[in-house]
Design a binder for this molecule. Sequence first.
Ligand code: GLU
Length: 468
Amino acid sequence: MTIRTRFAPSPTGYLHVGGARTALFSWLYARKHGGRFVLRIEDTDLERSTAESVQAILDGMSWLGLDYDEGPFYQTQRFDRYKEIIQQLLEQGDAYHCYCSKDELEEMREQQRANKEKPRYDGRCRELTEPKPGIEPVIRFKNPTTGSVIVRDMIRGNVEFKNAELDDLIIARPDGTPTYNLTVVVDDMDMQMTHVIRGDDHLNNSPRQINIFKALGAEPPKFAHVPMILGDDGARLSKRHGAVGVMSYRDQGYLPEALLNYLVRLGWSHGDQEIFSIQEMIELFDIEDVNKAASSFNTEKLLWLNQQYIKNSTPTHIADHLAWHMQQHDVDISVGPSLEKIAVLYQERAKTLVEMAESSLFFYNKVTSFDEKAAMKNLNQASLPLLQNMQSRLSALSEWLAEPIHTEIKACADMHEVGMGKVAQPIRVAITGNTVSPSLDVTLELLGRERTLAAIEFAIDWINNQDS
Ligand code: GLU
């Protein structure tokens, strides 16, 4: 049997990190077993679904590298099929029209509450033979009234639901459109899903769905309900805890593998291993090993992981992702060093790609103004002779490489009887506008002779203009 799993988001916002973790688990399960992973967009809620949200889901999946073998399938394109199944259920006596008005339903619930019973639909339209004029009916599924349904959950074990506690759920609205529990079953059946891995907010839907599967003579899939992700205050992770959309992690400078690694470890572990390559995740992950308890999101740990990934990824890989961040700053990469070189220079220093992009902008943008404090301290009459001396030394240098550049900085410092920092810092301000850069010799090598000299010249003129 080929394992078939799916991710079935509703496009009503961004791709939430909780959704991304569910998608990752389903994807890993399919990949581990040589199965197929399907993407299905559950867009039947026409009021809340938007094209932008669909795009956000597709972008998120693609950025994370969670590739799908089939789909995206859109539920809005399958209305005819749902109608067909609803008709079938009506014909075989497993569904019926319900004409109860809102008021009638409310009265029923009131009565049940008064009797200290759990409010539920009592099935009063089950045996109706005549339509009630003037009312557009809903269609309800005739849930079995006795016995129980056992959801054999791969994470929680067996969870039993008494049929007597499941009321006849609505499968079609008055306008004939199908509801969630019906469309999911029809799709999971038609798409031959073997495993449904989804958030545990759907656990209560599973017994109802299993009953519909059975009514359709189809074998229900195996289920795994993944516990939710909590914020640091123990409440369900939501916008109020900060970023929850997958793409905002890209925007904040995370590598997709770092986020995947973080998500796989939320509620799953393998000994005390923290870092997993995608290949290792595929080999080692098992849905049955996922924790039953909810886990909390910890931004500090994600940041730590990101740093590890930045340190250990190939420069080419970092460069691929850094390119997007550089575009956000509108810089022309062709005027400076390759992004691979930038990656090598900053791999040990940057925690995020945003940091890497921001600190390397000076390689592409000419400095036209200086940080006020930095300039006051470093670009003045005391540093002028040092800058002038370095200007002639660097122009005369035969090989533009870090080592000879370093030798010249040292020679200049010795000649003026100052520490090397006194020479390096004004140059740093000249080339970056500020006081921070990686090791100056390496930085200058990358910046190139022409741009270094131009920056020193600009700084010298600036000092001279201050005094005139
Ligand atoms: N569309 C549902 C949701 O976004 C998921 C349904 C499912 O996975 O069965 O919550």
